[in-house]
Ligand binder design. Structure first.
Ligand code: CO
Length: 223
């Protein structure tokens, strides 16, 4: 219980510090939100999306799950996306994965953790889809890193394939989809340079992703 008490104390200090800089900060925040970004990332405790990219409360709408997956029957993720895109009108969706992702590793190793294995099954689909390219890579670590990257690419494609995003593009709404990857050991995000802002760009990116690995430098992501 002492640990929980410390959390509440630390929260009061955090709020005081923000108010010292900007006395009306929380009052203003309570009236409305207008974030420009939607973040779809892994639930991993070692990643703090908002603070690690220098944003304050109110600046980013966030959805997180194990291994940052976007699938079209996940009502939770779809509801977040629909609200963020249609109501809040965010201009950017960032799908962020990370190297060393436990979810990706479990899928890659075909490990058994229980119910979560069913969720991670989608990563095995990605793995099978890219099996030939993965097998050409020299070792386990490189393959696992690449699968973490491929998982981000597949999820960006998955975001772009939702009716929510396609309707937004049809309406002429400005909406960029980005793929980022984080290295926990460095604390640094890398833009995978797969940003798309239309269905045509999404289709071109998808074609590039499915190019045989030998047409790209090893470990690279499509530009
Ligand atoms: Co993870």
């Amino acid at each position: 219980m002492e640990r929980i008490e410390r959390l509440l104390n630390s929260n009061r200090r955090w709020a005081e510090e923000l108010k010292a800089d900007d006395p009306q900060f929380f009052e203003r925040l309570s009236e409305s939100q207008s974030p420009e970004l939607l973040w779809i990332g892994c639930s991993d405790s070692r990643i703090s999306p908002t603070s690690s990219i220098g944003l304050l409360p109110g600046e980013m709408f966030v959805h997180r799950n194990v291994a940052n997956l976007v699938n079209h029957s996940d009502m939770n993720c779809l509801a977040v996306m629909q609200f963020a895109i249609e109501v809040l009108k965010v201009e950017h969706v960032i799908v962020c994965g990370h190297y060393g992702c436990g979810g990706v590793k479990a899928a890659f190793d075909d490990a058994r953790y229980g119910l979560v294995d069913n969720w991670l099954r989608y990563i095995q689909d990605t793995m099978h889809k890219h099996q030939a390219a993965l097998e050409k890579l020299p070792d386990y670590e490189t393959r696992l890193d690449r699968l973490c990257e491929l998982n981000v690419i597949e999820q960006v494609i998955s975001v772009g394939e939702t009716t929510i995003v396609q309707d937004a593009w049809d309406r002429g709404q400005t909406l960029y989809l980005h793929g980022w990857i984080y290295r926990i050991g460095e604390g640094i995000y890398r833009d995978m340079k797969i940003t798309v802002r239309s269905l045509d760009e999404l289709n071109a990116m998808r074609t590039a992703t499915y190019k045989p690995a030998e047409t790209r430098p090893a470990g690279s992501v499509p530009a």
